[in-house]
Design a protein around this ligand. Structure first.
Ligand code: HEM
Length: 429
């Protein structure tokens, strides 16, 4: 819990961040920061000093402030520490020159090109496939009960590993045009990346390398034999005669996988966990869906993003000049982390911010970011989130948490917030 200020003249020390308790429930600490130290200097577990921006108004302004660069070259970290901070992009790999690490005008050009291929229409046309994938994963969960338990009765599953984790990886692979027979390789590489986050880098680096090698070859094949998939669309996309280079296309495919994978796992995991622990809200949603009303599903998924969103901190930003955020001076080169999870619980912006209200409509949450880096995949994330939650509630209507919430473990990555496992039980027909 937050320390108390030791005296009126002392600057309050603030809560302990990045501990196990904090990973389980960071919201009391964020409430303290918003109130007492809204732009807070802290040392991250990697040893890097950074500013945390926790109030909604400051967060929104910072996300749109072009004096804050996404390019890690603007980081003031001493040369000897470079490459050791884990800040993406310090590793010089080609895959790292992507939308989340660059500024205008390069960002504007790449974002325009990818937007021509990754259109809301392409996502809408993908809806039946997302439904099919969702049903297949639930079929597998149900079949497993039959095989293991011998028919009707109680079933059990871990919704993270058996559902939330595979759904987005298969969905993005399909959308990109990765052939079905190769998608399990992606599942393994992505599994390695998610499991060993913050841990030893060897396995992760190997997985990234394999993924890159595969994507470069796939792009080469799609150049020769284009299809109607997203990679062929990326290759075809042109703007004033300009195309993506081979490296840019590989980096773009990689960031789509990377940005669209763990985020969606967490939307399904955190979202389902919130529903399972708020039974009155969950019943309202189940009732609405049974009556064919999808309005509450739509506002509900937005509320789940606000209430306990997948991205706890927006990705890195670095001050390119001196500036002030919320009255606090920020020095040139200082890293700034916008805490989306804190901003989205700010009582100055949201009524009853700590209450889950699936029917909330005044909800301009920052779960997808804001400004020029606003999430490119938001329409796909909404489609997957809505399909996943609605189908789980329809097909496993008496789904229940099979663990004490206090015993659940949250993954300790810096940027993301998500459960390691979500054990559930249900009745099989
Ligand atoms: C950017 C959240 C799903 C692709 C972002 C940002 C956030 C975000 C907060 C901005 C980061 C920043 O400004 O530092 C989410 C959430 C998702 C989700 C909560 C799921 C619920 C997806 C999916 C895709 C995707 C499914 C693609 C398949 C991207 C890309 C960017 C981005 C490419 C970078 C955009 C740019 O820099 O111009 N996302 N995302 N995201 N997201 Fe998502």
């Amino acid at each position: 819990m937050p320390d108390q200020p030791s005296g009126p003249a002392d600057k309050p020390r603030g809560p302990e961040l990045f501990t196990w308790e904090f990973a389980t429930d960071p919201y009391p600490a964020y409430a303290w920061l918003r109130e007492n130290s809204p732009v807070h200097r802290t040392t991250l577990p990697s040893g890097v000093d950074a500013w945390l921006v926790t109030r909604y108004a400051d967060a929104r302004q910072a996300l749109a402030d072009q004096r804050l660069s996404k390019n890690p070259a603007h980081h003031d970290e001493p040369a000897h520490a470079k490459g050791k901070t884990g800040i993406p992009g310090e590793r010089k790999a080609e895959l790292m020159t992507h939308l989340l690490n660059i500024d205008p005008p390069d960002h504007t050009r790449l974002r325009r090109l990818v937007s021509k291929a990754f259109t809301p229409r392409r996502v809408a046309e993908f809806a039946p496939r997302v439904q099919e994938l969702t049903d297949a994963l639930i079929d597998a969960i149900l079949d497993k009960q039959g095989a293991e338990g011998g028919g009707a009765g109680k079933g059990e599953a871990d919704l993270i590993h058996e559902f939330a984790f595979p759904l987005p990886i298969y969905a993005i692979c399909d959308l990109l045009g990765v052939p079905r027979e190769d998608q399990d390789d992606f599942r393994d590489w992505a599994g390695m990346m998610i499991r060993h986050q913050g841990g030893p880098r060897g396995g992760v680096a190997r997985s990234v390398k394999k993924m890159r090698g595969y994507l470069v070859q796939l792009i080469h094949r799609k150049r020769l034999e284009p299809g109607d998939d997203l990679i062929s669309g990326l290759i075809r996309a042109s703007d004033h005669g300009e195309h993506l280079t081979a490296n840019e296309a590989a980096a773009m495919a990689f960031i789509l996988l990377f940005a669209g994978f763990e985020t969606t796992v967490n939307l399904i995991g955190n979202g389902m966990y919130a529903l399972l622990t708020h039974s009155e809200q969950r019943q309202r949603l189940q009732q609405a869906l049974a009556e064919g009303d999808t309005g509450l599903l739509e506002t509900g998924v937005e509320e789940l993003l606000r209430f306990d969103g997948p991205v706890e901190l927006a990705t890195w930003r670095f001050a390119t000049q001196e500036l002030t955020i919320g009255g606090q001076e920020i020095g040139v080169g200082d890293p700034v982390l916008v805490v989306l999870a804190a901003a989205d619980r700010d009582p100055e912006r949201f009524e009853r911010p700590d209450t889950l209200d699936l029917s909330r409509t005044d909800n301009t949450h920052l779960g997808y970011g804001h400004g020029i880096h606003y999430c490119l995949g938001a329409p796909l994330a909404r489609l997957e989130g809505q399909t996943a939650l609605a189908t789980l509630l329809r097909r496993l209507p008496d789904l229940q948490l099979a663990a004490d919430p206090a015993d659940l473990r949250w993954r300790g990555g810096l940027i993301m917030r998500g459960l390691r496992t979500l054990p559930v039980e249900f009745t099989t027909a």
